[in-house]
Design a protein around this ligand. Structure first.
Ligand SMILES: Nc1ncnc2c1ncn2[C@@H]1O[C@H](COP(=O)(O)OP(=O)(O)OP(=O)(O)O)[C@@H](O)[C@H]1O
Ligand SMILES: [Mg+2]
Length: 497
């Protein structure tokens, strides 16, 4: 049955049927102030039906009335008798609308179900009740929606339910939580007023089947084509790199995009707490840590059944990977990855630090305690940052800092910012790269040839964008062909040699 009848309007920037006949979305620009907003369109529920479905959903959640929700006439009989006058009449459309809402709020994700189903929406963030929920779309960035949780009770209730569905619990004792929803999206949520000044809040990063490629990031302005061409060379020949930056600065996205440069014949192991990384390589092994249950064991400091990143990393070294990738380095696994990097494996990871100074400081300080002599096996840090530009947040590569030398006597460290961002949102180069020089001397290739190699790859990337060959598939197949027969790829994209 069609519950909503709607068509694209002239003023819509985008219009999408999310679920035929029931959920639609449109993105509009206000002609007065040019503000862009996202409107989620669902069936209209009127005052007669609203209290019925609400009380049913509450009962259902409290475990009281767990009758099959599909049996709406039953539901209406029960509720209708108790709460309304006997002459209350329901049309078939009413019943269908009730069924939609009951199902949405018990089996799905309540108010944000449509946002989660909309393939254009990548992030959903709710800063509190009585505030518009924001969504992130590739085309329009962060924009407000018409979805609002009316008060803290409403929002707390929703957060408890969605976290429970993900198999965890959120409570006053444990008011902030990171979890994975059944559809693979990642959620961070907090309840009450204990953590966030504004009360309950949550943010969701939707599961993305296809990660951002370097071409996507170039088009978003995250870094220049030359920067990605340089990273491509570094990754092909083998480099140890950490993507660093603040919360939600785009570290994981950046890491995933450069992983796409790894030659397909190399063995890659990724280690994560929540599954975020995605690779097209056949020789890829993805390991996910597991939380334990019960209290910490006094001897190991772990819970029963817990397998942390350190355990996974130690085990993975036996597989002799060429590249070891750690989703986010936090604890004792850091030491092991640095050891692995110093013994011929290549390591890539993200780490939470605002700049290279803070990164090195945190790596050396407790509890990680990496000696400076080992820090020298890090080739470079890719520093990510959020910039607000014309009222919009933009994620950018702030700098690529190469670790040039570590003086083990004095402990001094020399860093070359091979690339850094200018205040006008362009990028500058320091004019030379220590890593390219190092790779060149390792393989006996003159630096000028290494630099030409960067230029060739820059031309290929530019040419793909010019020809609008920017899909995930086109990008990964170009990389695979490049390692198979690079001249053919150079010719195909008419890149100058
Ligand atoms: N370069 C980018 N341009 C635009 N949006 C981006 C970019 N990188 C990431 N995003 C958006 O920002 C969100 C956060 O990105 P990401 O998960 O990579 O950040 P993070 O720094 O790893 O966060 P955390 O600190 O939580 O680990 C993503 O869901 C994505 O939609
Ligand atoms: Mg991350």
């Amino acid at each position: 049955m069609t519950l909503v009848r709607i068509e694209k309007g002239d003023e819509d920037l985008s219009f999408r049927e999310i679920q035929a006949g029931t959920i639609y979305s449109r993105i509009l620009r206000d002609p007065l102030d040019n503000k862009i907003t996202y409107e989620l369109i669902e069936p209209q529920i009127d005052q007669k039906l609203d209290p019925i479905y609400r009380s049913y959903v509450r009962d259902f959640m409290n475990g009281g009335d767990r009758k099959p929700f599909d049996n709406t006439p039953d539901l209406l009989k029960g509720k209708g008798r108790k709460s309304s006058s006997p002459e209350l009449q329901f049309t078939p459309l009413d019943l269908e609308i009730l069924r939609y809402y009951v199902r949405r709020d018990t089996l799905k994700y309540g108010k944000i179900t449509g946002l989660l189903l909309d393939p254009d929406v990548e992030d959903i963030s709710c800063e509190g009740s009585n505030k518009h929920i924001y969504v992130f779309t590739k085309e329009f960035g962060y924009i407000p929606t018409n979805v609002v949780f009316k008060d803290d009770e409403d929002l707390n209730f929703f957060i408890r339910k969605i976290i429970q569905d993900s198999g965890k619990n959120i409570s006053i004792a444990d008011p902030i939580i990171d979890s994975t929803l059944p559809d693979g999206s990642r959620i961070q949520a907090s309840i009450g007023n204990y953590v966030t000044a504004s009360g309950p809040a949550f943010s969701i990063r939707k599961f993305r089947k296809e990660p951002f490629t370097p071409l996507d990031l170039i088009r978003l302005g995250t870094a220049s084509t030359e920067i990605f061409a340089y990273l491509w060379v570094c990754i092909e020949y083998g480099s140890n790199m950490i993507v660093t930056g603040g919360t939600a600065s785009g570290k994981t996205v950046m890491l995933n995009s450069i992983l796409l440069f790894i030659p397909q014949n190399l063995k890659i192991i990724t280690i994560e707490d929540t599954r975020e990384l995605r690779l097209p390589h056949e020789n890829w092994l993805s390991l996910i840590s597991r939380e334990g249950t019960g209290k910490n064991d006094p001897e190991s400091g772990k819970r029963i059944g817990e397998i942390d990143m350190f355990d996974l990393l130690t085990a993975s070294l036996r597989h002799r990977p060429n590249y070891i990738v750690i989703g986010e380095v936090r604890g004792r696994e850091a030491f092991t990855i640095f050891q692995a990097m110093s013994t011929g494996r290549y390591g890539l990871a993200t780490f939470h630090a605002e700049d290279i100074g803070t990164l090195i400081h945190r790596l050396e300080a407790k509890p990680i305690n990496i000696p400076r002599s080992l820090i020298g096996s890090l080739d470079a840090a890719i520093v990510m940052g959020n910039f607000v530009f014309k009222g919009e947040t933009r994620r950018r590569v702030k700098a690529i800092s190469e670790v040039m030398a570590v003086d083990s006597h004095h402990g001094d460290m020399t860093v070359n910012n091979v690339y850094s961002i200018n205040s006008d949102d362009t990028f500058r180069s320091s004019g030379f790269s220590y890593i390219l020089e190092k790779i060149g001397s390792r393989y006996g290739i003159p630096v000028s040839v290494m630099e030409r190699d960067v230029r060739i790859r820059k031309n290929i990337l530019e040419s793909m964008i010019r020809q609008n060959k920017v899909s995930y598939k086109e990008f990964t197949s170009m990389i695979f062909s490049f390692y198979h027969d690079r001249d053919a790829v150079i010719d195909a994209f008419q890149a100058e040699k």
